[in-house]
Ligand binder design. Structure first.
Ligand code: ADP
Ligand code: MG
Length: 258
């Protein structure tokens, strides 16, 4: 389980996150969506969870381990991976090359099979190469990128670019995946497909996802649980039906008060 306990973060006079205590992955593979008006503190919370920011107060724990001050890249090592609002792919590489790069980064971090195993003849470089190519095949297929696997990233439709971005996050082998507005910049026709694919792959691999999303229809269709933030605090949390029954939340999300 990934837990925030009393997280507080200020920027000057602005309290972006104000005593937030929430839990993710109460069940394996849980899909949690974070909603709230602009400036509610959603991105700040994700940044605190993933190590881009350190809180002023409070703690972050991952499967019982205190990771409050652990660097972001070390958290990746521990299975906590994030994807940014803006797609971060290597624009001039193909889909396969992008995924291969992510796999090689992961291998470098974990040592992979390691030179020793290869030296001792337990595995050959050919075996390792073969294993990497098969993993790319799997990711390309799961993220429905088969048709474009040799296409250059910058030439992909926005939806496929986002799916490539998330596929690269999956190459890092997450237990928890945090996504800050994965449908931002994706055309209206593609958003459902993008979220559906991410949810499908996450479910099949039992990855707990934490997704910031503005489109309430997508949240209603895919969330196991919703956490609503407002002015840095948790306004409420519950099943997606909360988006219909909580009139105050509806007003906040429609921006009437903002
Ligand atoms: P959300 O993602 O819900 O739109 P943010 O977490 O980005 O909200 O921001 C919450 C509040 O903190 C906003 O008032 C925002 O202006 C402020 N804020 C966020 N990041 C910074 C920063 N790096 N420096 C100063 N203020 C920030
Ligand atoms: Mg944000």
């Amino acid at each position: 389980m990934l837990e925030a306990d009393g997280l507080k973060k200020s920027f000057g006079n602005i309290v972006a996150t104000d005593d937030v205590s929430v839990q993710f992955g109460k069940e394996d593979g849980e899909m949690v969506f974070i909603v709230g008006p602009n400036g509610a503190g959603k991105s700040t919370l994700v940044n605190l969870l993933t190590g881009l920011l350190e809180p002023d107060e409070g703690a972050v724990t991952l499967d019982g381990q205190d990771i409050t001050t652990m660097r972001a890249d070390q958290r990746v090592h521990e299975g906590l991976v994030r994807s940014f609002q803006v797609v971060k792919v290597f624009e001039e590489m193909t889909v396969r090359e992008n995924i291969r790069t992510a796999l090689l980064i992961k291998r470098k971090k974990t040592g992979g099979l390691g030179p020793r195993a290869i030296w001792e003849g337990l595995f050959s470089l050919d075996d390792e190469h073969e294993a990497i190519e098969r993993t790319i095949d799997d990711l390309v297929e799961q993220f429905r990128l088969d048709d474009v696997e040799e296409a250059i990233a910058e030439e992909l439709p926005h939806g496929d670019r986002k799916l490539l971005d998330v596929a690269m996050s999956f190459a890092l082998d997450p237990n928890y995946l945090l996504l800050d507005e994965p449908t931002s910049g994706v055309s209206a026709q593609e958003t459902d497909y993008v979220i559906e694919t991410i949810v499908e792959v996450s479910e099949s691999q039992n990855v707990t996802t934490v997704t910031i999303e503005h489109d309430m229809d997508l949240v209603k269709n895919h969330a196991d649980r919703v956490i609503a933030l407002h002015q840095g605090s948790v306004h409420g949390e519950g099943p997606p039906t909360m988006l219909e029954t909580d009139q105050e939340l509806r007003r906040l999300l429609l921006g009437v008060e903002e």
